[in-house]
Design a protein around this ligand. Structure first.
Ligand code: C2E
Ligand code: CA
Ligand code: CA
Ligand code: CA
Length: 278
């Protein structure tokens, strides 16, 4: 038993070491990665369920690491949060996505919003309204075509976060709550915050066909959103059955692999230039 114990411990340690080494490698190359243009942005369409037309795209960042290949944001965003690199990375995504969005409009695509994920640190430790204003001016994008996705954890009700939201709102920017219902905040913030949309997390969407409790929760979130005059969008829609359910419950919009995976900007141009002439 001593051996097994030691082996178990040994295996555990080396595995831990690998994780720690990878983490520190990634953490230390975040900034140079940004400088070297290793971050790319993919865009995932958001579809209006009444008209079936594109109403927006969500910007989702990827890291094409020269040695380690493509790294998911689920892995490097938390590291970037820890090290503070999320601030320049987030600003890069914001500026780049605004430019791209304006370029699509100039190329004659139907105008749709671009939604950007904002991290907690970006929201609380920088002058976000200032950065957003400059990104809009620089790109020439009209504020009505910009959406910021905020999570419940960011906004935990401090006075200054409400002030920031109000400032953004006054500029004409669309605000949404991402991963709605997965955080720990109370619902009272829905009353305090000047938001436009709720995003139902894929955690709920995934099982609406198999779990009647998830179905009930999704139904309830949609009704509550509508009662509060909010727009409701479901993410992670993968099947026609999930879509039918969401339509029957009058969900406003949907996003997910059923429609499109996150795509490079050129793919978006191709798809929606063709649609225009249909
Ligand atoms: P999120 O904001 O909840 O984004 C939704 C995630 O679900 C994305 O993962 C997207 O690719 C994935 N997804 C979309 N449709 C489907 C579907 O039908 N089925 C399934 N199973 N998944 C789907 P991704 O791109 O790996 O991003 C992961 C997370 O990383 C995002 O979660 C977001 O929290 C964060 N993230 C991504 N880009 C940025 C960024 O520019 N800034 C910040 N702060 N966070 C970002
Ligand atoms: Ca999001
Ligand atoms: Ca989400
Ligand atoms: Ca998330």
């Amino acid at each position: 038993t001593k051996d097994i114990g030691r082996n178990g411990f040994h295996f555990h340690t080396s595995e831990m070491n690998e994780i720690v080494i990878r983490k520190s490698k990634l953490a230390s190359s975040l900034r140079t990665g940004l400088e070297n243009g290793e971050f790319v942005i993919l865009y995932q369409p958001q579809i209006d369920l009444k008209t079936e037309k594109i109403i927006g795209v969500e910007a989702l960042v990827r890291w094409n690491h020269p040695k380690l290949g493509t790294i998911s944001p689920a892995e490097f965003i938390p590291l970037a949060e820890e090290t503070g690199s999320i601030i320049p990375i987030g600003e890069y995504v914001l500026r780049k996505a605004c430019q791209q969005s304006k370029a699509w409009q100039d190329a004659g695509l139907p105008p749709f919003r671009v939604a950007i994920n904002i991290s907690a640190r970006q929201f609380t430790q920088t002058n976000l309204a200032e950065t957003v204003k400059s990104a809009l001016e620089e790109s020439g994008l009209s504020p009505q075509y910009l959406e910021l996705e905020l999570t419940e954890s960011i906004i935990q009700g401090s006075k200054s976060s409400i002030a920031t939201m109000q400032e953004l709102k006054k500029m004409g920017i669309h605000l949404s709550i991402d991963d709605f219902g997965t955080g720990y905040s109370s619902l009272s913030y829905l009353k305090l915050f000047p938001i436009d949309s709720l995003k139902i997390d894929q955690y709920f969407t995934r099982n609406i066909q198999v779990d009647s409790k998830d179905a009930a929760l999704v139904d309830t979130i949609i009704r509550m959103g509508h009662n509060l005059n909010l727009n409701v969008i479901a993410e992670g829609v993968e099947t026609a059955e999930q879509l039918d359910f969401l339509k029957s419950r009058l969900c406003d919009q949907a996003q997910g692999y059923y429609f499109n995976k996150p795509l490079p900007a050129e793919e978006i141009s191709k798809i929606y230039c063709q649609k225009k002439s249909e």
